[in-house]
Design a protein around this ligand. Structure first.
Ligand code: IVH
Length: 640
């Protein structure tokens, strides 16, 4: 019905389990087990069409190791002298169709259905521009198979207009393609702008003597079919795995959805020798990319206290594999979000990795049974028991006990030790948590008072020896001013703002003394940030810590110290593309010469320093008339 109720990953997992059970207990295998079948049965609204040759499915795996096993087995079972050549193709996430050509003319097209009988959707397929109604060469009878799909931009526009018309929203481009193709009114199909990639051809009489899959792909292209240009002939499985790894990254830039790579034996002779199992060819297999959206169960909802005192709910999940790693927690942002999504403990939810890192709950797919009342936001801080307070203009609740709440202390100190701050290698969340729990550390300054013996009391494992930790702490004492400011954790002041402040005030003392107008004169610094900075330095508890740090020798380097010239003073650079060293390195050089860097191009940008493959920033610079320079020109500017 073009509306699957479980995710692909779950389906694949259950399917594998069933296959294994059937192998173990063949006496219980049912005659109509899905392991014998391909896809779903044809629906009744279209005429049924019996395929001339069965359309098989594909075995699939999420593991490179399985690919190696498949390849080894293939070599052994067929006693091959040489490693057989493979063809890797993107696995297009659409729906499979079969096209029949008689005397070079498209006569009939059908869905896969159960592999034996599909639906005759010829009229709908005729509306797809990528399907030629006549092929180039004179061929009596031929079948072409491929994948019909909806380009991502078409999909997004379709959903926008569906939403505006209160019509059904499609979950993904594949469902949208399926729904659009199986319309009784072919005009609707036409409006949906579907496309197709051809990946298989079969000519009834073998007059053309095509000997391999790669030759077939070239032939199909010549006949006027759309063949995905990203296929690659690979010498062996190692090359195929490399291809999978490359496309797992590159696929994000494609304008169509792909969920994996299909790996096929190139030689037709070998393909014929290998043949098929009940369900799939032995000569092909699919590697599926790690999923980006999966469903799981919310086992609990925990409440976290962050370094700002903000109290945020976190979903504790039944562990699932997503985008390459197993996740167990997902942010719920705030209590309004819980209400909006109507999430309760026990619900089945769909999660995805937001910006590929922090998992996020998208929606509930199934509510838990028998949940009497909705999840209630807490009244008291789960860490210190202080009554939580709302803050005007913000959705979060806050714990006001900012200097004594254990979770807030831990979060602040963990932040202090982190990479963009004081960068104490090896001193992570666990160690900070232990140090705070046993009362040894209450403020960042306390870290520098720890002796090796104190650290020994933590009973750490060898590779995080107390000596190493001690060294990491002591050697972090003289950071750049920007890092030091960032470490303070002033609200609304992050890495970039810290750099701007450091470059403006040059020393910690002058920042401490700064008035609101001084701070506001920084480009990009508004009132909210300025007030937050002033509040921070007016607070006596913070000043005590700053004094404590100073007396312990924790003193930032003044900016003047590491400036080698003022050649770039007053100039703002945006760095893009691949240069001969990291962007951080170039950014440091710019700053050392008195210049500034920004992350996006605006009319205030003086230069865009562009390496190879510069992307959209380059285009924006062109549009705004900002000067673009290459690395050599930049080197000339600074005389190096
Ligand atoms: S070859 C006998 N190549 O993946 C060979 N299939 O489970 C079978 N698919 O629904 C298919 N892109 O429609 C092949 N480049 C590609 C493909 C591809 C997508 C689909 C196919 C089928 C499913 C296999």
């Amino acid at each position: 019905m073009d509306a699957p109720t479980v995710s692909d990953v779950e389906y694949d997992k259950l399917f594998k389990e069933l296959q294994e059970l059937e192998k173990k207990y063949p006496e219980f295998k049912s005659a109509n087990s899905p392991t014998n079948k391909v896809g779903g049965a044809a629906e009744k609204k279209f005429a049924q069409y019996k395929h001339k040759e069965r359309l098989y499915s594909l075995d699939n795996t999420y593991s490179y190791y399985d690919l190696e096993l498949w390849y080894d087995k293939l070599q052994k079972n067929y006693s091959l002298q040489e490693a057989p050549e493979l063809v890797c193709e993107l696995k297009i996430d659409g729906l499979a169709i079969s096209l029949n050509y008689e005397n070079s003319t498209f006569v009939l097209g059908a869905t896969r259905g159960d592999g034996v009988v599909g639906e005759n959707i010829t009229n709908n397929l005729k509306t797809i521009k990528a399907i030629p109604s006549k092929i180039t060469e004179n061929i009596k009878s031929m079948e072409v198979r491929g994948e019909v799909f909806m380009p991502v931009d078409v999909f997004e526009k379709l959903n926008e207009s569906q939403k505006a018309n209160n019509a059904k929203i499609f979950a993904n481009p594949r469902n949208a393609a399926a729904g659009s193709l199986r319309q009784l009114d072919a005009e609707i199909t036409r409006e949906r702008n579907l496309s197709m990639f051809a990946y298989y051809g079969r000519i009834d009489s073998d007059e053309l003597s095509i000997k391999s899959h790669s030759e077939m792909l070239k032939f199909l292209k010549f006949q006027g079919f759309n063949v995905n240009p990203n296929y690659k002939v690979c010498k062996n499985v190692d090359e195929a795995i490399k291809y999978c790894k490359i496309w797992d990254k590159k696929r994000k830039n494609l304008d169509y959805a792909t969920d994996g790579v299909v790996i096929k034996v190139n030689s037709f002779e070998l393909q014929n020798e290998m043949g098929f199992t009940a369900r799939a060819p032995r000569w092909a297999t699919a590697y599926k990319f790690p999923p980006e959206e999966v469903s799981t169960v919310v086992e609990d909802i925990e409440v976290n206290v962050g370094r700002s005192g903000a109290v945020t709910p976190v979903a504790v999940l039944e562990p699932v594999f997503i985008s390459g790693s197993t996740v167990q927690r997902a942010t719920l942002h705030n209590f309004d979000e819980i209400k909006r999504l109507n999430i309760n403990i026990g619900d089945r939810v769909l999660i995805k990795k937001a910006a590929e890192i922090i998992p996020k709950v998208i929606c509930v797919t199934e509510h838990a049974e028998g949940v009497a009342k909705a999840f209630e936001p807490p009244v008291y801080c789960p860490s210190c028991g202080t009554k939580l307070v709302p803050v005007e203009g913000e959705v979060n609740l806050y714990c006001p006990n900012k200097n004594a709440c254990p979770e807030q202390i831990k979060a602040k100190i963990e932040y202090w030790t982190s990479k963009d701050c004081m960068d104490m290698e090896g001193v992570g969340g666990n160690i900070v948590s232990k140090l705070v729990d046993c009362g040894m550390v209450k403020t960042p300054a306390d870290l520098y008072k720890l002796s090796i013996d104190d650290l020994k009391k933590l009973n750490l494992v060898a590779d995080k020896s107390s000596q190493n930790l001690y060294n990491a702490i002591q050697s972090s004492k003289n950071p750049t001013l920007a890092r030091f400011i960032n470490s303070l954790g002033i609200r609304h002041v992050g890495k970039e703002m810290s750099e701007l402040l450091a470059n403006k005030f040059l020393t910690l003392e002058s920042l401490q003394k700064a008035g609101i107008d001084d701070i506001l004169s920084i480009d990009g610094c508004g009132e909210k940030i300025a007030v937050s900075i002033l509040d921070f330095f007016a607070d006596s508890y913070n000043n005590d810590i700053l004094n404590d740090l100073k007396s312990l020798g924790v003193v930032p380097k003044n900016v003047e110290d590491n400036r080698v010239s003022r050649i770039l003073e007053g100039m703002t650079f945006v760095i893009t593309g691949t240069l001969s060293d990291t962007r951080d390195k170039f950014s440091a050089i710019i700053k050392a010469n008195g210049g500034k860097t920004a992350s996006s191009v605006s009319k205030n940008t003086s230069y865009v320093l562009a390496g190879e493959n510069p992307g959209s920033k380059y285009d924006k610079a062109q549009a705004l008339g900002v000067k673009v320079i290459n690395e050599n020109e930049f080197r000339q500017m600074i005389g190096s």
